[in-house]
Write a protein that binds this ligand. Structure first.
Ligand code: ADP
Ligand code: MG
Length: 293
């Protein structure tokens, strides 16, 4: 490969809004046959809103919003932002937690107004032996069938509410998936979110293969598994939880609108966070290499 031709390729990349770490990256864009797409923030906008609150009979909705909102206010997760903003809009000023911890891939826990509060997936509650009563479980299932993310709220060892949050698919995602397919890549949706939500999003953008309920530390294993099948794997992600998978992938593409951790781990950055540019990047590098062969 002549370095000059490669550098011309990377210069054209910059014009398209693609930052390439080094010319050697181009070779891997040529080989990729599978592209893993993170859901939240990559295929969807990542800007979630709080839509609904379901409570158990004896629970006060304002209390749910105060406690859950207070905890989520300390987290940077897109779901957390939706809950904190939605809660503040409905109940006003939120208390400051006495204690707070992120539980990656599951939710948050802490102490608010002297109460031990959990907000997150049902699994987070399950790990602490808190069961979801039937009424809340059916609210969760119904929300997930509709493609929304259901978050459970518990305090003092009892599940009290299910919150529905939703995130819109970016209007460029379906087009991006079509372009990636036309380049011969198989798209796979990868997410820590629930299977029903993942399948709903996948159907909206034209993806057939879904790997859901993947813990942040296991995303890189999904990449390894596909590589072990002999596939050459590209991965597009935006979150801290995508960094290891981006590094493991044969080609890591980071959304420029995402976290620094993802951008550092990627080989290539899509500056404007437009997934269609992932297809441009792959086409560009194939063409660049084509001209120098
Ligand atoms: P993704 O892979 O789609 O970016 P994450 O791995 O960050 O998702 O999170 C997986 C799931 O864990 C979320 O869909 C949500 O159910 C739960 N979760 C994570 N963080 C939080 C939080 N701060 N509050 C509530 N739920 C959370
Ligand atoms: Mg994400």
């Amino acid at each position: 490969a002549t370095p000059t031709a490669l550098l011309v390729g990377t210069g054209r990349g910059a014009q398209l809004g693609i930052l390439i770490k080094g010319p050697e990256v181009l070779e891997n864009t040529r080989k990729a046959d599978t592209i893993l797409l993170d859901k939240t923030g990559t295929v969807t906008t990542g800007r979630m809103t709080l839509l609904k609150v379901h409570t158990t009979g004896s629970t006060d909705e304002t209390e749910v919003l105060r406690l859950a909102g207070a905890l989520e206010h300390s987290s940077e997760h897109p779901i957390a932002r939706a809950v904190a903003e939605g809660a503040a809009a409905r109940v006003g000023t939120l208390p400051v937690p006495e204690d707070f911890a992120n539980v990656p891939g599951l939710g948050v826990q802490g102490v608010v107004d002297g109460r031990a509060v959990l907000v997150g997936r049902e699994k987070l509650l399950g790990e602490r032996a808190v069961e979801l009563p039937e009424g809340l479980r059916s609210a969760r299932e119904e929300a997930e069938r509709e493609g929304r993310t259901a978050i459970t709220v518990a305090w003092d060892g009892e599940a009290r509410a299910v919150l529905e949050v939703a995130d819109a698919v970016k209007d460029t995602s379906a087009e991006a998936v079509r372009r990636l397919r036309s380049l011969g890549l198989t798209p796979v949706l990868l997410t820590g979110d629930n299977k029903a939500v993942a399948e709903s999003v996948a159907a909206q953008v034209g993806i057939d293969e879904v790997v859901a309920e993947v813990m942040p530390q296991d995303k890189a294993d999904v990449v390894r598994r596909l590589q072990a099948e002999g596939r050459s794997v590209a991965m597009v992600g935006d979150g801290v939880n995508d960094a290891a998978a981006l590094a493991q992938a044969d080609l890591g593409l980071a959304m420029g609108t995402g976290t620094d951790a993802a951008i550092e781990a990627g080989d290539l950055t899509l500056v404007r966070g437009d997934l269609r540019v992932a297809a441009d990047a792959i086409r560009l590098s194939r063409r660049t290499l084509g001209t120098i062969r």
